[in-house]
Design a protein around this ligand. Structure first.
Ligand code: SF4
Length: 374
């Protein structure tokens, strides 16, 4: 049994087939269990992932009973660690990790629910950020493929509510803050708020989480409501990158998805953000529109990206499209006679697009929404 007592985390290596990591509150963070990787979300749900031989990656979320069995296994490793490790690490394990019995760690769900409304999605490079929900839901909520905020009316917190929420987040995360970097302002499009509502929100975030870069989603039609001076001011207050659901550079397909905007408007918007030194993360859905749209979707997307002043600080996320059977998109697709692309076709298309995007001088990365965890 080996352990690493780091400043921001504690790592336990009982044997080559097992590795456990804990935050400085002592809560499980990840558990590698002989081929299966478990990650604990803040509500203590356990997300697992494994790949057997060269097969496809499998993933899922454990049911409560299964999660409990995993937490019991974790506890038995911790008990062993307390007995077998050298005194300094054994003391830390006993003081920080041992008190987190399966019951107590599972009760984190209630604490999470008291602090947060459900967090639907984050960009992958933001899974380690501190989420502060300035708004709840999405102002538009009508894109045919999107189920992230369905049934949730849009609500914006005022500065006092926001400050109370941010303080509750800080208390809940505790010393896990050592593992987290920036602040992500949720939900769907927090930057849709007017300048006069956003500025006190940014001030409150800076007060509770000083010296942290700020990130957020913004949709095109809300983003356009801010003028260049607003973006400069938000940049001065810590805004570093905004994430925009571009989906496609093909206007016809964007209209089919019932998403407002156009490639030309997005290009102009990105120019404005970049002029204010705010980076962008653009999310493109690979496979949306099926085989019939694939070639035009790819060509128009690359054309649009080529018009934007993107550099190595920006990111283009390529997200394999997941169709929800009950969505409006699924009904529209059937009516339009579009053929879904197979998983292999989507992956091949994703690789092709990634190469073309990198040739434009910016970064491209895969974004699998099924791997989202907070
Ligand atoms: S704007 Fe974004 S969050 Fe809102 S419905 Fe469309 S895809 Fe979903």
């Amino acid at each position: 049994m080996r352990a690493e007592c780091r400043e921001a985390s504690t790592l336990l290596h009982p044997d080559p087939a097992h590795v456990l990591s804990f935050d400085r509150e002592g809560r499980l963070y990840t558990f590698y269990d002989d081929g299966v990787l478990y990650k604990r979300a803040l509500d203590s749900s356990l997300h697992w992932r494994r790949r057997e031989n060269d097969g496809p990656r499998e993933r899922g979320v454990l049911a409560e009973k299964e999660a409990r069995a995993v937490y019991e296994k974790v506890q038995s490793f911790v008990n062993r660690g307390v007995e077998e490790l050298e005194p300094e690490c054994a003391r830390r394990l006993a003081a920080e990790v041992l008190p987190w019995t399966p019951e107590r760690i599972m009760a984190e769900k209630q604490r999470f629910d008291a602090v947060y409304r459900p967090i639907a999605i984050l960009p992958p490079d933001q899974y380690f950020s501190i989420v502060v929900q300035a708004t709840e839901g999405c102002t538009w909520n009508k894109c045919t493929f999107c189920s992230f905020y369905q049934g949730r009316p849009f609500h914006a917190k005022n500065a006092d509510e926001l400050r109370r929420h941010a303080l509750a987040v800080r208390e809940f995360l505790g010393r896990q803050l050592l593992l987290r970097k920036g602040v992500f302002l949720g939900d769907g499009n927090a930057l849709a708020l007017s300048r006069s509502r956003l500025l006190p929100i940014f001030e409150a975030v800076r007060e509770v989480f000083p010296n942290r870069a700020i990130y957020s989603f913004v949709d095109l039609y809300s983003g356009e409501r801010h003028d260049p001076a607003d973006w400069n001011e938000l940049r001065r207050l810590g805004l570093r990158r905004v994430y925009v659901g571009m989906e496609t550079g093909l206007d016809e397909l964007l209209a089919f998805l019932n998403k407002p905007g156009s490639a030309a408007e997005l290009t102009e918007f990105v120019r404005e953000l970049k002029a204010a030194a705010v980076s962008v993360g653009l999310i493109v859905m690979v496979g949306v529109g099926g085989r019939e749209y694939a070639a035009r979707h790819a060509a128009a997307t690359i054309d649009a990206l080529a018009q934007m002043p993107l550099d190595e600080r920006d990111l283009v996320y390529l997200s394999p499209f997941i169709e929800h059977p009950a969505s409006q998109y699924a009904r529209d697709r059937l009516e339009a006679g579009l053929t879904p692309m197979s998983g292999e076709e989507v992956e091949a298309e994703l690789q092709r697009l990634a190469l073309q995007i990198r040739a434009l001088g910016t970064r491209a990365a895969r974004y699998d929404i099924r791997e989202f965890i907070y």
